[in-house]
Design a protein around this ligand. Sequence first.
Ligand SMILES: Cc1cc2nc3c(=O)[nH]c(=O)nc-3n(C[C@H](O)[C@H](O)[C@H](O)COP(=O)(O)OP(=O)(O)OC[C@H]3O[C@@H](n4cnc5c(N)ncnc54)[C@H](O)[C@@H]3O)c2cc1C
Length: 315
Amino acid sequence: MRISVIGAGIAGLTCALELAERGASVELLERAPRLDAAGCSWFAGGMLAPWCECENSGPLIAALGTESLAWWRAQFPGTIVNGTLVVAHARDTGELVQFGRRTTHFESVSGETIAALEPELAGRFAQGLYFREEGHLDPRAALAAVAGRLAERGVHVRFGTEVTVRPAARAVLDCTGLAARVRLDRPVRVLHPRHPLYVVPRGEGLFMVGATMIESDEGTRISARSMLELLSAAYALHPAFGEAQILEIGTGVRAAFPDNLPRLRQVGGVLHVNGLYRHGFLLAPALARRAADVLLEGRHYPEVMDEDPGERRLA
Ligand SMILES: Cc1cc2nc3c(=O)[nH]c(=O)nc-3n(C[C@H](O)[C@H](O)[C@H](O)COP(=O)(O)OP(=O)(O)OC[C@H]3O[C@@H](n4cnc5c(N)ncnc54)[C@H](O)[C@@H]3O)c2cc1C
């Protein structure tokens, strides 16, 4: 089968790899000139957190996320599975209780355990939640690795190719989406009623600090207020962040449907893989597997396939 995949974000790359590995003839078309100039995937935190994400999503995200986490472990050596630590400052312990009520697969941990897991946080938090089985990865390295795997199979991303008309005589998969020294070894999420924060370690003193959740399709600039809130929250997590240098500030728009759940949608002969929202790396491998099943074997997945695409629009 000859298939055109449009968009080389994490959805397009994983779909293209799954299809190529299953014997399809794949081309991957990307309008940006390079991976680092492309979409939202470049700016992701890279947390693979199926159970933490249940704080504001449902069992479908946990199920697809668990499947994808196993895929990342098997396929990408840079996948680190040493858990997620969730903490809150003493005045915000109610947030911790709420988070625990909405999630599973964690153990409540004391200040001593927090100190044992993350010595730099010793004495700063009296209690927390530890999601031992969760993981994280560097999304930029992961994107490059998946692109590299595709190249080994002779599939090279065709950069600078903006698709405006559906490629003829091929099945089409649309994955266009809407981009001091403190040591931490795992993602840490700080709960707060207004300014929740996460910090994802990239190694060698580098951290990704995120992320605001503003309902907007303006994907190019960060507001001064968002920046101030993120940096203040990081500083409250650990004062050493006050001495950190900011190497990069970026924004990306997370494509989402109103219910924030992913969809495979058949529209006019094109299969759209979209709505990955906050979970692109967490869900992409599981969705890629399903997209390939739909295209290559005609299977149907009611939990992620729209019967009536007209009813749903990207938010
Ligand atoms: C700040 C931030 C933090 C995040 N943290 C996490 C996290 O920790 N864990 C996690 O799992 N997810 C996270 N996400 C979500 C994740 O990044 C997204 O869900 C994911 O990147 C969406 O991937 P995508 O491939 O659907 O879209 P994109 O990455 O946006 O890719 C779409 C691609 O399509 C291309 N394109 C668009 N139109 C065309 C066209 N007409 N022709 C050719 N090419 C086209 C674009 O250039 C782009 O490269 C985060 C997102 C943000 C913004």
